[in-house]
Design a protein around this ligand. Sequence first.
Ligand SMILES: [Zn+2]
Ligand SMILES: [Zn+2]
Length: 364
Amino acid sequence: MFQSRIASKVILYAFFFLLFFPCFTLSAKNIPSYDSLTELNAKFENTKWHGFLRFLDAELGHRINGMSEIKKYFHRFGYLDKDSLDHDDEISNLNDIFDAKFELAVEKYQKNLGLHKTSKLDKETMQSIMSPRCGVSDHSHTLSHVMQHYEYFNGEPKWTRNTLNYAFSPNNTIDFINSSDIKLAIQRAFGRWSEVIPVNFIETQSYSTADIKIGFYNGDHGDVYPFDGVLGVLAHAFSPEDGRLHFDSDEKWSVDFNLQKSKHAVDLESVAMHEIGHILGLGHSSVKESIMYPIISLRSKKVNLRLDDVAGVQALYGSNPDFNFTSFLESEHSSGWSIDLHRRSSSKWVTTFSIVGLVVSLIL
Ligand SMILES: [Zn+2]
Ligand SMILES: [Zn+2]
């Protein structure tokens, strides 16, 4: 009787060992720390990419069940293109091995998102991957201005007119925010871009003829970029001169965090600022503080253009004659950007801007 109980226990342990062994082969030293796991778990509980938490601290050579899902994420946002896959390794049939090609993709991601290069799915990288973000791919166009961080779409498309009309879809909207509040938030966002470039945005009621068409959609909505419910992808927009700007209607959109109490609340104006950058022709930036950084924090407002955004958009459209670069630089300094300016002091743009600023201050 006693022996049979021991035998059944051994069988039970063996069963669980065999059950988990093939799907989790990380060596003991690579098991993520309890603190990292609990912190990320608390932060991203029940959010879109929460399941990715099990890949924390994975690195070259590891095999973890379901890793193909995170590879799909990397492919979707421009990090595992066809060229970096084996011929027989189609996107629909990705394997679960952290191989050399995936390591390159992780390194590229860390570089593009301004993260520390560790070549593994460390805490900082996982936090970035699991955060809500823009649906536009991070890979736009490699530019000659290597010292800057902004990017454009392929071919550097831009609008050829200086006055652009925008309209809201009469059918694709949300009902939990007053439509006049939505319009005011979007108007403010357009206004901030207008302040720095000689382009005007005017609201029109004629949706069908508008240059920029704004709407709230959920799931599959007719373009090839379906939305994914709460968090994950928040919005996307198309490059010039397409003009489509889509928000995921499933998000907990907010124009006032006192009214929108959800912990998953996303500031509409902040996301609009970012998507209008795409509408104008900007890709993603690796500068975390910039509007064109692809990730946004929940329950936070980020509506002020940064030097990287201004440099990028002015390189396309020129400067608004009323734009005062000196006072802009002063506000950048007062908001703690002096350190970053110093770090990028060899940048052609920063140098040019500094000289212009100096000349302007001398004249004044
Ligand atoms: Zn974006
Ligand atoms: Zn869309």
